[in-house]
Design a protein around this ligand. Structure first.
Ligand SMILES: Cc1cc2nc3c(=O)[nH]c(=O)nc-3n(C[C@H](O)[C@H](O)[C@H](O)COP(=O)(O)OP(=O)(O)OC[C@H]3O[C@@H](n4cnc5c(N)ncnc54)[C@H](O)[C@@H]3O)c2cc1C
Length: 442
């Protein structure tokens, strides 16, 4: 039995799915987004990069974003030993053209983008889960069912639909990655994150109050992401084995980690938790293939590499934009498919490699952080690192050679202290600066 026929069916209505849906619908394609949740729903991934701005302009959501979300002018990284810190501003990035990104409450951001794809002509079915996939020569058949979490299902029973192409944007669920057994986890990046939202975390006034702040310890790091003038996302990341050894619930572990870190204590004296404590673990992986004859993977469904450099949403939007453009061309002329799919995969893998290199370096000893926290104006190296962290794909030679030199210093730092050595071990908090248990919502 055959169902309704679409040009493209998209699994998942996160930033990747909604970006691709808007662009395909605008190109006149018949597109359906299948999303198992009802938006707004909580999601992690709140600190964005400036290089997504061009895509937001193309989507036509820039003004809505400007009206709704906090700007992000850069970041600050603080050594947990309290001896040094470094701020960077996107305006100072190599040949920077964008001085800001956004810090977003994802439930609102994702809903805004998904509603926008609807307004642009995409069909969006929420609380609808893709439960079966079947590939035929010229089409994909999907069985969709009411999501098990749905309280008010619009679908009463499983339904069939068909599409010429399937774009998997199902996030860390990696629907097709699991289906084809493509998922390769990065064993050395098996981390555990615990996070929540707080009111009244201390922050500076003005532009510095918009920065993402990270506190880097020896075996863990913290993030503080300002979401509104008073609300802050706070999280900690450590090895999964470290979390297990604590033998604590995520809630207690988050509280203990904060209490042991004077840089966090100093900022969280008056903090009150206003959300449940969430956690996520073992999340770094990539799929061995990003396309097949009738399908493409975009966003986290293609791969996810650690949250440390806030690259997830940037990669999701960048890959979805490229996937939508490729599919639109292919729908007009299938002969272009082999070349366009190969180019797509090459491009997405290259940008993921760029971030993988940063991430590997961040977690391999102290070289990266010691060099990063001692930025040099020499040869505009700091500006080049800043640009790549802002989402510049670094394909220009002017950035490439600067990155080679930066990584040379990071490696050499193991043997010669070009930058001051850091212990990254917090000093014991003095009695007067320690805080009581974090206040929380009941
Ligand atoms: C601890 C942590 C911190 C992070 N911090 C940041 C950060 O600061 N900045 C940043 O840019 N990124 C961050 N990320 C990454 C970011 O969360 C993701 O990269 C981003 O959400 C990817 O978007 P996406 O659209 O690919 O997937 P998602 O946003 O996950 O969307 C996928 C959607 O697919 C739906 N879905 C899944 N399976 C099915 C199915 N079978 N049928 C129907 N629907 C389905 C899901 O309900 C979901 O809504 C972080 C990640 C982690 C784990």
């Amino acid at each position: 039995m055959s169902g309704e026929m679409y040009d493209v069916a998209i699994i998942g209505g996160g930033p990747a799915g909604s970006t691709a849906a808007t662009l395909l619908a605008r190109a006149g394609r018949r597109v359906v987004v299948l999303e198992r949740e009802k938006f707004p729903r909580f999601h992690i991934g709140e600190s964005l990069l400036p290089f997504s701005t061009k895509a937001f302009d193309r989507l036509g959501v820039r003004e809505k974003l400007d009206r709704t979300f906090m700007p992000k002018h850069g970041g600050e990284i603080i050594a947990a030993c309290g001896t040094t810190s470094a701020k960077f501003y996107f305006k100072d990035g190599f040949e920077s053209r964008r001085d800001r990104a956004y810090q977003v409450t994802r439930s609102e951001f994702d809903k805004m983008l998904l509603d926008h794809s609807r307004e642009n002509g995409a069909e969006v079915r929420e609380e609808t889960e893709v439960t079966k996939i079947d590939f035929a020569k010229d089409r994909v058949r999907l069985e969709v069912s009411p999501a098990s979490s749905s309280k008010t299902p619009t679908l009463q029973s499983p339904t069939l639909l068909e599409a010429r192409y399937l774009l998997d944007c199902s996030g860390r669920q990696t629907t097709l990655g699991n289906f084809f057994k493509l998922k390769k986890t990065y064993d050395h990046l098996q981390k555990f994150s615990i996070f929540a939202h707080y009111e009244n975390v201390d922050r500076p006034d003005g532009i510095d109050g918009t920065l993402i702040r990270m506190v880097r310890g020896l075996d863990r790091w913290f993030w503080m992401i300002p979401l509104t003038p008073t609300r802050m996302s706070v999280g900690v990341v450590m090895d999964t084995s470290t979390f297990r050894a604590m033998k604590l619930s995520p809630e207690d572990a988050l509280e203990k980690c904060v209490e042991e870190q004077p840089e966090m204590v100093a900022r969280m004296q008056k903090a009150k938790r206003v959300s449940p404590v969430y956690s996520a673990g073992d999340y770094s992986y990539r799929n061995a293939k990003l396309f097949g004859d009738r399908w493409l993977l975009a966003g986290d469904a293609a791969g996810f590499i650690d949250p440390v450099f806030s690259s997830g949403v940037f990669l999701a939007i960048m890959s979805a934009e490229k996937a939508a453009d490729s599919l639109d061309e292919i729908l007009s002329d299938e002969r272009r498919k082999p070349r366009l799919f190969r180019e797509y995969s090459h491009c997405v893998n290259r940008v993921m490699d760029l971030y993988l290199r940063f991430v590997n370096s961040w977690y391999s000893g102290k070289g990266f952080i010691e060099v990063f926290l001692n930025p040099t104006e020499m040869l505009q190296l700091a500006a080049a690192v800043n640009a790549v962290l802002a989402g510049n794909e670094g394909s220009r030679f002017a950035i490439k050679w600067r990155m080679w030199i930066f990584y040379f210093f990071v490696r050499a730092q193991r043997f010669i202290a070009f930058s001051p050595r850091l212990s990254l071990v917090p000093k014991k908090p003095e009695a007067s600066t320690s805080m009581g248990p974090l206040e929380s919502v009941s």
